[in-house]
Structure formats: structure tokens, C-alpha cells
Design a protein around this ligand. Sequence first.
Ligand code: GTP
Ligand code: MG
Length: 574
Amino acid sequence: MAARGLGLLTSLPLRAQRSQVQRPLRRLLSCPGTVVAPLGKEEQSSGSAETGSEDRTPKKRFSEVQKERREQAQRTVLIHCPNKISEKKFLKYLSQHGPVNSHFFYESFGLYAVVEFSQKESVASLQNVTRTPSLGTEAAIPFRSRYFNLKLKPPLNQTSEQSSIQCRNQSSSSKKLFELLCCAESVDDQLNTLLREFQLTEENSKLRYLTCSLIEDVAAAYFPGCTVRPFGSSVNSFGKLGCDLDMFLDLDEIENFSTHKASGNFLMEFQVKNVPSERIATQKILSVIGECLDHFGPGCVGVQKILNARCPLVRFSHQASGFQCDLTTNNRIALKSSELLYIYGALDSRVRALVFSIRCWARAHSLTSSIPGAWITNFSLTVMVIFFLQRRSPPILPTLDYLKTLADAEDKCIIEGHNCTFVRDFNRIKPSGNTETLELLLKEFFEYFGNFAFNKNSINIRQGREQNKPESSPLHIQNPFETSLNISKNVSQSQLQKFIDLARESAWILHQEDRDRLSPSNNQPWGLAALLLPSVANSTSLAKKKKKPASERIKNLLESIKSSSTENSTATNR
Ligand code: GTP
Ligand code: MG
């Protein structure tokens, strides 16, 4: 069924590519504006797997989304296309292998297409007509993948049709964001705008699941029947465009599979091969997968094996998708944490908007970093926002213990001896009666943590109240499932202090704006935009107010906060 004039090459890791991890590529791909073609009709009408609509607040169960997306990814291929291509001919060619459900193009140092077939068999049919490139100077290692290179023979002449794939250039995203924020009607509108602009798009989510599925193909060479599952911000509904892709190699289902069938006298050799500890087993598995990705993984570059970390991992850049990937193994608890966060994000539309803003605020002030270190992580920040929302009156989010009481037999989940049970159907959780605005919540978040007794209290979303710190780390946030662990153990006193100082200053700016509301100064960033400026301390409005010494400013701030808190609590109690 090979079409004349079109040749698809199975993509191989080229030696020349390996040394360069192209950072800008990640940025480009991550931007919504780099998607260059309209979606297929079916896709437009069916909406996204998570939400069923353009509003990306989760509406389906986490497990349902995972299953749907995974199955969709298995019917999907990634194609590196020539820059000039006729979309119509391209689709016509592909549909010789079976109906195409949806497709989109994106640009990432070249033009790529993500094509979802209706049936899995179409992928095999397409693979059967691909060939392995012969480079003359280098030897090719054939690897059957779903990542192809499209070579046109002869190259198509430019026709009017080809202009149908237009690249919508992405303007500088932070500049655009500032413009949007400054044009917003209210602080609430600003928070929702930020969420809309930075949340993962439908295409970006699809590409994340596809990338995991492509990595699974490589890992399956060693462990047939394994699954590579995404977790973390790619799936917990708090992912910002450009965030890393956390994935883990799940070998549990292979074991389940063999337990069902293990009626005979034979045990597979790999299962009886003993190593001194679980950790060493993990390191060995990740070591071979790392080697495999490095040598044979199409599009995988800059592979690093970080096996001595607390949680051993393989880090690499998936060049075609532009994602920075972290592959771990046996990470079911992290997947469960992702599901819990997903549920919290689904319960109230204010949650995701607030988390996004706090994450962006922290990034803008270098409180978080993509490099591991003594900084606070996005995961910790998200847990802090959840805790804060549990502390409102009435609470906006329920405690984890309460979610556990709503669980039924099917929700029961014990992982490595840890009770990870909670209700998974969020329709069974009663919505909160709290009607506070995002503006108020943002201000109160900064106030709350600007004055939190970090020296003696621990943050605990299981019980939804502060507890005495069980150890002396500057910041103690209880791990929701492995309750004896602190998820922010890495945070130093100076980083915590920086967080507190910035939280206080941000609360102060918002309070000052409240007071100045009758005489707003035009052309000045306001509300969330003012808080996101690279340095709050350098902002013009603050510089004016900074004439007083710091201690006096903080004293004034605390006083103004105290008086307005009394006003607010009186107002909410009315
Ligand atoms: P970004 O990648 O920064 O956007 O956020 P993320 O939520 O994906 O965080 P990260 O990549 O650092 O970690 C991925 C996931 O691993 C998190 O969402 C958590 O589920 C889990 N995780 C991260 N840090 C910890 C930790 O200290 N303890 C535990 N138990 N899980 C963690
Ligand atoms: Mg992550």
C-alpha cells in the first residue's frame, strides 16, 4: 500500500543529535501558538479527554482519562514533515492505512505532525511501508518505532494548497501575558487569564501521552507488557506549558499477568533473579533502560542516569516533542498523589487558578527552579495552597481524611503498606458553600503564609490543620501518603525566609492597592501583574513606599493586615 512519491523513514537517534539538548525547542513546542493546523472535525466536537469541553477543569475520573489517553496514544504516530507540505495529500496518503481520527501540526525546529488513527492496525500498516535510512557514513540500527520522517520524492512544488499549514508565530509569552493581565477587568479575571494562557492545551496533553507511549515501545524491548505512565504536573491538572514530563515504568501489571497464568511448574527466569534490595533492582532496571534509550530511543538525547538519587531516575530530552523527561520506576505513590491533586483541582474552579498564580509568582521570584536544590518545589506549593483552602471558613476543600471516609470498597488502595485510599469519584463530594473571590484568596494566601509559625508547625492536608513539627527542618509539609516523610525536607532556612518575605510584600502590595483603588495610577502593572514583576522590591509603586525602613514597613503591613482580617472575618460571618 505504499504511496508513490512519499517515503516514511523510521526515525533513529542520530549521533550528531545526541550531544545537543535543544532547550529553545522545549519552549517553542510548549507554546499553544505553535500548533499550526486546525484540529480534525471529530476532535473539535468531542473535546478533550480530561474535560469533554474547552474548559479544562477536570470532569472525568482520573483513571478514565489515563485509560482513554493511553489507548489513544497507542493509535497515534509522530511524523517529522518537510517544511512545505500539502496537508490534503498528507492526509490522503495516511488514510490509505485506515481512517484518521484527528491530527495536528506543531513546529519545533521543524514541522511535526501528530496523527491519531481510528484503529491500532493502521499504525502497523504504516510501519510496514517504512524503511530504515542508510546514511553511508554511519551504520543504522533498525528499530521499529512510531516516530517517522517523511521524505518527499521528488519534493513537492509549492502549490496554493501548501499554504494551508500556516505557522502562527508565538509572541514573547511573558510580554503577552503582561498585556493580557493589565487589560483584565479584575484580579479574579487576571488569575483566570493566567490559567487559560498557561495550562496545558489539548494538543500538548496528547503529545505527552504519545511520548510516554513511544518510550514504552523502547522499554518493552526489555520488559514486554510493561507500561510507561505519566504522572506529576503533566496529568494532575496543574501543569504549566513547558513543565517537565514525569513518567514511570510500571512493571506491576506484568507480574499480575503472570500470576493469573502461573499454574504450571515454570517460573520466568527474570522473576527469580534475586538482587540484594529493591533499590538495587530499581537501579539495574533503570540502568538498562537508560542505555537502551541512549542507543536506540528515537529522538532521545542527553540521556543521564541519575541512579544514586533518593528516587533513582533517567533524565533525557525527547527532541521531537521538546519535553524534558524524568523516567523512574515503581512510582505508584506519586501517581496516587497526582490523582489526589487532580481531584482537588476538579472540586472547585478557584483551585487551579490560585495554584497557577502562586506557581507563576514563585517562579517569577526564583523561589522555584528547574534545578534541584534547597528551593521549594511546585508540588510543595500546590500542597500549601490546598492546605490554605482547607483552612478557609467555610472550607473550600475537604481534608484527605474526609475523602477517605467517602471511599467505597473499590477505592481501597494500599501501596507498599501505605494507606492511599480516598474517594475517586469527585461527583460524590459535596461542593463548598464558600463564595470568596480569587482576589481575596490570593491576598489571604500571602497573609496566611507570611505569618505562619513555620518554626513550630507542620502543614498537613490529611487532617487539614497545623500540627507540631516532628523534626527540625525549616519547612515541614507532611507527605499525604507516606506520612512520616516531609516533602519539603530540602528547603533551607534562607529559602523559606525568602518565601515569607515575598509573601508579606505581596500581601502588602495587594492591601495598598485596595486602599489606593479610588485613585489608580494608570499605566502601572496592577494586581497579579504587579506581583509577577521580576523583583517586587524594584517595582515603582513599591519603591515609593520603601522610603520607610524595612522593620517599619513590616510593622505597618502587619497592622494593616490585622485590621483588614478583622473586617473580612466579620464580613464572612455575617
Ligand atoms: P512541575 O514539574 O514543577 O511542574 O511539578 P510536578 O508536580 O510535576 O513536580 P515534580 O516534577 O517535582 O514531581 C512529580 C511528582 O512527583 C509530583 O507531582 C508528586 O506527585 C511527586 N513528588 C515530587 N516531590 C515529591 C516528594 O518530595 N515526595 C513525594 N512523595 N512525592 C513527590
Ligand atoms: Mg514534573
